[in-house]
Design a protein around this ligand. Structure first.
Ligand SMILES: NC(=O)c1ccc[n+]([C@@H]2O[C@H](COP(=O)([O-])OP(=O)(O)OC[C@H]3O[C@@H](n4cnc5c(N)ncnc54)[C@H](OP(=O)(O)O)[C@@H]3O)[C@@H](O)[C@H]2O)c1
Length: 338
């Protein structure tokens, strides 16, 4: 199992990443109980296969600690050099309120300590409340910590286009924004992509597989309800599917994707990821990894050998045209959190 060169992106001058990132929300609880030892063993398997880039957050249960343990085991195995081939992108999700230099630095230090690293590759900042403009202070202090060598690059998650613009105009250099983007949730296409292209900001996308709903597992199946939606992720995106057009339209989408998957000798998930990877401004798709519970490495490798043609895109877009407009219903990227 090897990844082609097209799996890589020179994201920043000093960060070369895999365009499928391994999402660690799935280790936080609510997605099944993970075994930490087996989870770290699995992390070696991901990296050996070429999936070297991790997406995590301060509040994803043990995710930052698992990165720390993974780094220590890599060093102990005599492979310290390999550390430079791994990228770990965390987030800080503070409660709104006054942001002093101490508050910011204390929290960045916690992530540094847990991840056992002198410098964070990427800090993706989240803010719950736009009416509280302290987010600009938080970013200003993070920029100071960046110039002092504690953070390589500043990024955001779930910021809408308007506030991304405010931050950019305040002179803070943002390299990426992490947003929900899938065949079901196409809100970034309204404003976000255009702004990101103009300002050289990459998008990292989540929900691209709708927690696994965009796969053969749900093709031709009755609408899953209650306990059948066994992870928080499935529940989150089932709500999106409901708002988007419901289960019967979703089945239409799945069967169209299945026809394309058969034609390209790949899976529904491959088509769903490739479609989003090919969108302008998208740097990478984050695919949730239930480490020690399930894995789809061999299948996800195939994304990088897949090329969708104009006719394929037309068939997919024809289904989107029948759906509700989530931008009208929810608002811009991230508005579901506010
Ligand atoms: N910034 C934010 O607010 C935010 C929000 C949500 C997520 N995220 C990030 O995005 C990551 C992704 O999470 P998500 O909740 O959006 O989930 P997702 O990536 O849409 O779905 C992940 C699930 O898809 C299934 N899957 C993966 N590859 C597959 C394949 N080739 N074939 C069939 N099924 C496949 C697996 O299900 P099974 O395990 O059941 O097999 C996996 O657990 C998170 O870990 C996190 O890093 C960020």
């Amino acid at each position: 199992m090897t990844l082609t060169a097209s799996s890589r992106l020179q994201f920043t001058p000093d960060l070369n990443i895999c365009r499928i990132l391994n999402g660690m929300w799935q280790v936080s609880g609510g997605h099944g109980r993970i075994n930490p030892k087996n989870a770290v063993d699995m992390m070696f398997k991901y990296v050996d296969a070429g999936f070297t880039t991790w997406d995590l957050a301060d509040h994803y249960g043990p995710a930052e600690d698992l990165i720390g343990e993974f780094r220590r085991q890599l060093i102990a195995s005599g492979n310290e050099e390999a550390l430079s081939n791994i990228q770990a992108f965390t987030k800080w999700v503070p409660r709104p309120g006054k942001m002093t230099r101490k508050v910011v630095e204390d929290n960045i230090n916690i992530s540094l300590r847990r991840m056992d690293t002198p410098c964070l590759d990427l800090m993706q900042f989240h803010w719950w409340e736009y009416r509280d403009s302290n987010y600009l202070d938080a970013l200003k202090y993070m920029a100071e910590l960046q110039s002092e060598g504690k953070i390589k690059h500043l990024a955001l998650t779930n910021f809408d286009t308007e506030h991304l613009q405010i931050i950019t105009e305040a002179g803070i250099k943002i390299v990426s924004n992490q947003v929900q983007f899938s065949l079901v949730d196409r809100r970034p296409e309204v404003n976000m992509i255009n702004f990101c292209q103009q300002h050289n900001i990459k998008l990292f996308t989540y929900g691209t597989l709708c927690g696994g709903l965009l796969s053969e597992k749900y093709l031709g199946k009755p609408e899953p309800r209650g306990a059948e939606l066994a992870t928080v992720s499935l529940r989150k995106y089932k709500n999106m599917v409901d708002a988007w057009g419901g289960w019967s339209l979703f089945q239409e989408l799945l069967s169209t994707l299945k026809q394309l998957a058969d034609k390209h000798n790949c899976s529904i998930a491959n088509i769903a990821v490739r479609y989003i990877l090919d969108k302008p401004a998208v740097g990478g798709v984050i695919v949730g990894a239930r480490l020690s519970i399930s894995e789809h490495l061999e299948d996800n490798v195939k994304v990088f050998d897949l090329a969708l043609n104009g006719d394929d895109l037309k068939q997919i877009d024809a289904i989107s045209q029948k759906s509700e407009d989530l931008y009208q219903i929810i608002g811009d990227c991230g508005d579901e959190y506010r």
